[in-house]
Design a binder for this molecule. Structure first.
Ligand code: PMV
Length: 313
């Protein structure tokens, strides 16, 4: 009998951000993201017959380690999935990322999505039941990490409240890169950020602003108004970071290097009236999204950043 199951899931970067939530990781505002399988988490589950608890172990040959808090959270989510499908067995869980985690590259989204997929695969094969539909998995995964529900949909995913799904923008193909100005773990987790932003005066109105931008972004993606897409995506990540900075206590992720990269990209747009979409997650690194036909802009900007930083993509 097979006793090993494996799944992988992409990280996703939000162009309209999810920030602020209700219990059960129900988003207080709608969001839209791009999933990139070049940034992925793999999870392997092995059925464990002798012991009475799930354990997390590093993937063989991988240097990836989770802190006790992180592995507890991961195993708690596995417990939630097992409970949902009324499964009583135990697993050894191994996971690895092919990119740095905890620094604003959305590793919790890919990790929780991959764990949910692997657990559902294992349980349906052990119970000999049909594999659950993707939307059901996305919804379960949301309980572990909210933004992970969008990692089930490639390349574009939307999420509103409890509902997540795919969305398509025909004719727009994206090359996504991250200018990695730091790969150190961030001090404030996104879980803490979601709680603290409620203390910001700017939190009132966040839902309305995100909804309005999302509508405008979907329409400008469809009409091909790339400049408007850039303005909206730029405004939305600043909106999220302004919530961080104006919270009580105030906190933030934007470093001098992040600012340098942002200013270079903004000047590039001013000079060429064209360029990539730019966004930042809860971390100092800067995400650039080029259309496939923007090869010249892509080469010029990335070659410039590569002289100083690691560019992943
Ligand atoms: O999924 P969480 O709870 O780690 O929230 C992360 C939210 C952001 O990554 C900061 C923004 C987003 O929409 O992905």
């Amino acid at each position: 009998m097979n006793n090993l199951w494996q799944a992988e899931a992409p990280a996703n970067i939000a162009l309209i951000k999810y920030m602020g939530k209700l219990p059960g990781n129900i988003a207080t505002n709608p969001s839209l993201s791009f999933s990139n399988i070049n940034f992925k988490t793999e999870v392997k589950l092995e059925l464990r017959c002798e012991d009475k608890k799930d354990i997390w172990m590093p993937w063989e040959d991988s240097g990836d380690l989770l802190s006790e808090k992180e592995s507890d959270r991961f195993l708690q989510h596995l417990g939630f999935i097992k409970n949902h499908y009324k499964f009583n067995g135990f697993f050894i869980v191994r996971s690895r990322n092919n990119f740095p985690s905890g620094c604003g590259l959305a590793s919790s989204a890919s990790s929780f999505a991959a764990l949910t997929m692997a657990a559902a695969q294992a349980i349906s094969s052990l119970k000999q039941t049909p594999p659950p539909p993707v939307k059901e998995l996305a919804s379960l995964s949301r309980h572990g990490s909210g933004s992970s529900c969008r990692s089930f949909f490639m390349p574009w995913g939307f999420w509103d409240g409890v509902d997540s799904g795919p969305i398509s923008f025909p004719g727009i193909e994206i090359n996504h890169f991250v200018v990695t100005v730091s790969s150190s773990k961030k001090d404030i987790s996104s879980t803490e950020a979601h709680k603290t932003v409620r203390t910001s005066d700017l939190f009132v109105g966040r839902e309305r602003r995100a909804e309005k931008r999302l509508k405008e972004l979907m329409s400008s993606m469809s009409t091909g108004d790339w400049r408007l897409c850039y303005n909206l995506v730029w405004a939305d990540f600043w909106d999220m970071h302004a919530l961080f900075e104006t919270s009580n206590p105030s906190f933030g992720y934007i470093s001098d290097d992040s600012m340098f990269v942002l200013r270079v990209v903004r000047s590039y747009w001013e000079k060429h009236n064209d360029g990539p979409l730019v966004t930042m997650d809860a971390g100092p690194n800067v995400h650039l999204l080029f259309r496939r036909d923007q090869t010249l802009h892509q080469n010029e900007l990335l070659n410039f950043f590569r002289e100083k930083y690691l560019v992943l993509g």
